[in-house]
Design a protein around this ligand. Structure first.
Ligand code: ADP
Ligand code: MG
Length: 586
């Protein structure tokens, strides 16, 4: 028999190839598991992510949905096994997020998956536990389990090293996971979502049945309050949701979130229609913040056009887009846009502790060495001058600097004899951060460099930089591409001053690229923190008495002088009694 060059691939290989389409990164795993939980009718979903410093090591999704019988559990890992459609006709009336029956099979082909599930209403011991590794069932036992389903995914891509190599930094992957949860939470206000990373809660929404509450939970009550409700109707379409007052706007459409029939979708056309609804209320290059929820008759929506189903194809698209633009225009027209009252009472607010994003410690924060010199003093002087402000309340007790320790901590004395140690970098970071936040929307936010800084990047980073250019522009960086993979930085945010220093500009941009989390508010927050960190006086910089005084005065006028934007302390205090105690006086 002669050997043919065409071979039918074995099922394992087929599954691994298929997995490549669906399971691109840890966030894809989270997305599929979460969608399954929503499809199972869960009312509350917990996502637990574990990571070491380098990568995500485990994703666990627990739901209180309908669960699976042992027979169903066995089938769930078969490729193309689904309970959601029977044939192609069903696809035209699809109401579930999944339908291809390939997610669990795909994930199990490239990871180790543990499934624990018990159907609703079955006895407590009717649970089943299965471990599937590289597509093979390696363990199966009956267990007691709560109603619902837990899926644990570990060792992702252990057998596909190429894929593993292309994973971005842990923080980037985490940010993608948070983005997935955000989208799903916005599309499903009826479900409570909670995300925990390494035992710390990062996000939580309440099961309140409202988009506005989901917005408040994810982005804070302030944003929710600044929104205007949108409504619209056609015989085959219902439009609901919220859009921002024109004053709340962004430099790109990434904060226009749209869901269609409970599925979060990316649609440039719909984002453009929303924008169109603002007419001249927004400058040409600005986009609103919007959360739209469209219910469209299912036979007009083709959900089967994209591997991860992020895109859909709409019949009667023109009519739908026109209706969206009209509904937005009407919402804005019917509203007193200057009024600051809430669009609707926000019942609860769950603000994630800190920015919804893990961040690596900033450069300079742990440095303790220094080389004092004139240049350094001049730099510190420039950095401190930029943050000079008048007025405002004094929130720190009065203190007078005594000197510096290790060119890192300012030692100060309070009028009552309290000893203060102030972390000079953290303190100035706080000052800068508050100012950037305050001036975010006031012009001008950027300052031209006297000579543009020219940077070249390897192709992959260039691509990322090109992607990030609207965001950078939004934050005050004027960057132009003027040759292959070469960029000119013409202006930087005011907070960075007119730094001609090539390294600082390069590093700031590199930080931004590394931290390209998905949603606009997150990214904005990240940019603010990076800019604050980069613009702040360094640990290890020698400061004159005058400079120390200025820094303390500036810190005192911030809104939260006691911590830096990363939540670390800026000031520690030892009161006189404590000092006395230490020396066993009285
Ligand atoms: P699909 O979601 O496209 O049907 P999946 O591979 O994601 O395909 O899941 C296969 C099947 O396993 C689903 O159709 C469903 O019946 C079952 N299943 C998966 N996850 C869950 C869950 N969390 N709760 C209940 N059933 C589930
Ligand atoms: Mg699915």
């Amino acid at each position: 028999m002669t050997e043919t060059k065409i071979r039918v691939l074995d099922p394992d290989t087929v599954n691994q190839i298929a997995a490549g389409e669906v399971v691109e990164r840890p966030a894809s795993v989270a997305k599929e598991l979460l969608e399954n939980a929503v499809d199972a009718g869960a009312t509350s979903i917990l996502v637990e992510v574990s990571s070491d410093l380098r990568e995500i090591t485990k994703i666990r999704v627990t739901d209180d949905g309908e669960g699976m019988t042992p027979e169903e559990a066995a089938l769930a890992f078969h490729p193309h096994a689904t309970s959601k459609i029977r044939d192609i006709v069903d696809l035209s009336s699809i109401r579930t997020l999944g339908f291809r029956g390939e997610a669990l099979a795909s994930i199990a082909a490239v990871a180790e998956v543990t499934l624990i599930t018990r159907p609703r209403g079955a006895g407590a011991l009717a649970g089943i536990r299965m471990v599937v590794r590289g597509g093979e069932v390696v363990e199966r036992s009956e267990v007691g389990a709560p109603e619902g389903t837990t899926v644990i995914v570990e060792r992702l891509f252990y057998n596909t090293p190429a894929r593993r190599k292309f994973l971005k930094s842990r923080n980037t992957e985490l940010a993608h996971i948070y983005g997935v949860v955000e989208n799903l939470a916005l599309a499903h206000g009826e479900v409570a979502f909670r995300v925990v990373h390494n035992e710390k809660e990062r996000m939580a929404t309440q099961r309140s049945g409202g988009l506005l509450n989901a917005v408040a939970g994810l982005y804070g009550a302030d944003l929710a309050r600044a929104l205007v409700p949108v409504e619209g109707r056609l015989p085959f379409l219902r439009i609901g949701g919220y859009v921002s007052r024109p004053s709340e706007n962004r430099g790109n459409p990434s904060q226009v979130a749209v869901s269609i029939n409970g599925r979060s979708v990316a649609s440039r056309q719909i984002a453009a229609a929303v924008r169109e609804g603002y007419g001249t209320l927004l400058p040409r290059d600005r986009y609103p913040v919007a959360f739209l929820d469209l219910s469209i008759e299912t036979d007009l929506v083709d959900v089967n056009v994209h591997p991860t189903k992020r895109e859909v194809r709409l019949s009667r698209e023109r009519e739908i887009l026109t209706a969206v633009a009209a509904a937005v225009a009407e919402a804005l027209a019917g509203h007193d846009l200057a009024r600051e009252a809430p669009a609707e009472p926000v019942q609860q607010q769950i603000i994630p502790e800190g920015p919804v994003q893990a961040r690596a410690p900033a450069v300079g924060e742990t440095e303790a060495f220094y080389t004092p010199g004139h240049q350094e003093l001049v730099l510190s002087d420039r950095q401190l001058r930029r943050t000079e402000v008048g007025g405002a309340e004094n929130l720190l007790p009065a203190m007078e600097p005594v000197g510096q320790v290790a060119a890192t901590y300012i030692v100060a004395e309070g009028t009552d004899g309290t000893l203060y140690l102030v972390d000079q970098h953290a303190a100035h970071e706080r000052v800068l951060y508050d100012q950037v936040v305050e001036r975010r929307d006031a012009e001008p936010r950027s300052q031209e460099l006297i000579t543009p800084v020219v940077l070249s990047f390897p192709p992959r980073e260039s691509a990322a930089l090109r992607d990030a250019m609207p965001l950078l522009a939004d934050e005050g960086f004027v960057v132009e591409e003027f040759g292959r993979d070469t960029f000119a930085v013409r202006a930087v945010p005011v907070a960075l001053g007119t730094l001609e220093d090539l390294e600082v500009v390069r590093e700031t941009i590199a930080d931004l690229l590394a931290d390209a989390s998905r949603t606009a508010p997150d990214r904005r927050e990240a940019v603010t923190c990076i800019v604050a960190c980069r613009g702040a006086v360094k640990a290890g910089a020698l400061l004159t008495h005058e400079q120390q005084k200025r820094l303390l005065a500036q810190l005192a006028r911030t809104k939260t002088p006691w911590t830096c934007p990363h939540g670390r302390p800026t000031v520690v205090a030892f009161d006189k009694r404590k000092l006395d105690g230490m020396f066993r006086r009285g």
